[in-house]
Design a protein. Structure first.
Length: 337
């Protein structure tokens, strides 16, 4: 595929969008890759990392191996992801803590439009495709309702396994890798390893992530090559089910205490909503992470959050903006073809 510098800059921007999505727990970078039209190329490029690549490197040199790897594409994409995570992480964190409804509304509209975009690519609907879509939706929805593990495991084998599973979720549209880490009870050990510069744990996690990424990308590539319609159906289902996780109006039922590695349950949730509402009661906002939430209507939100504005109008406008952004991306992609 012949590309110009402009094309790689655009791929870099797509990587930045993926990185921004991965920072938000509940939004998958894989979803962004899919709706931006680079998902299958990403899977194919990652699956090129095999023994054949090293044989090419040995026999024909670096240039031939780089071309076989589709190195320019991967470099542009991962550079964009890295830049995004470094530059946007603080902004996303600020919005999550201070304007969660508006941020989730934008992503909700974006993901909602992506469902339509992906479903339109299913060339043939039949009974099996519908059943697979429904099962995918129920599975993703069920995952969003799970409580994280109370006890955390920091053994090397468990961290290796957690890295492999989390990275698989990260490239799978509809499922968030960071959310899977929380569910597995590996979020705090990995976070502590980064903060404490525990290179052994970081390396173990990265090895697991690389193994999981290389293995799972091959499986997905094979599924797209042999069962594309059914694969698209189950991915559409995953994204539909994941909408529960990014619904803007939430009632918090429990939080994860990073210091004690425990989940704090709230028995009386009538006056407890988003984390920003009761941070003063907890007296340590940085030490807590929302563990389990329940989706409620925007009209209930003010009632259970001590009269706090549900921001319904601006939320709807941002959801429409996110929806329109996907339609614009689809239109540009069609024009380019």
């Amino acid at each position: 595929m012949s590309r110009k510098i402009k094309d790689y800059v655009i791929i870099g921007f797509k990587g930045m969008a993926m990185g921004a999505a991965d920072v938000v727990p509940g939004v998958s970078g894989g979803t962004i890759a899919f709706i931006s039209g680079i998902y299958e190329e990403l899977l194919g490029s990652i699956s090129n990392v095999n023994l054949g690549l090293f044989k090419t490197l040995k026999k024909e040199g670096f240039k031939a191996a780089w071309k076989q790897l589709n190195g320019n594409f991967l470099l542009s994409l991962f550079l964009g992801i890295f830049i995004s995570i470094i530059s946007l992480a603080k902004a996303i964190k600020y919005l999550l803590e201070n304007e969660p409804i508006l941020l989730w509304s934008f992503f909700f509209g974006l993901v909602l439009a992506s469902i339509i975009y992906i479903a339109k690519q299913i060339s043939k609907w039949n009974f099996i495709a519908v059943i697979i879509l429904i099962l995918g939706a129920f599975l993703a929805y069920y995952i969003t309702t799970l409580n994280p593990l109370v006890s955390e495991n920091s053994s090397s084998l468990y961290i290796l396994l957690a890295g492999a599973i989390a990275i698989c979720a990260m490239i799978l549209p509809g499922i968030s890798g960071s959310f899977i880490l929380v569910l597995l009870g590996a979020y705090k050990p990995v976070l502590d390893a980064v903060n404490d510069k525990d290179f052994k744990t970081i390396l173990t996690f990265m090895v697991g992530a690389v193994v999981g990424l290389l293995s799972f990308s091959k499986v997905l590539k094979w599924l797209f090559a042999n069962y594309k319609n059914y694969t698209l159906a189950v991915l559409t289902g995953f994204i539909i089910g994941s909408l529960n996780k990014i619904w803007p109006w939430k009632l918090t039922q429990s939080v994860f205490d990073k210091s004690s590695s425990s989940v704090v349950q709230f028995k009386d949730v009538s006056n407890l909503g988003s984390l920003s509402v009761y941070q003063n009661q907890l007296n340590d906002f940085e030490n807590y992470k929302v563990a389990l939430e329940k989706s409620i209507s925007p009209f209930q939100y003010s009632e259970v959050n001590l009269g706090i504005d549900s921001q319904l109008i601006p939320a709807i406008m941002l959801a429409i903006a996110g929806f329109a952004l996907i339609l614009l991306m689809e239109k540009l992609a069609v024009q380019k073809k």
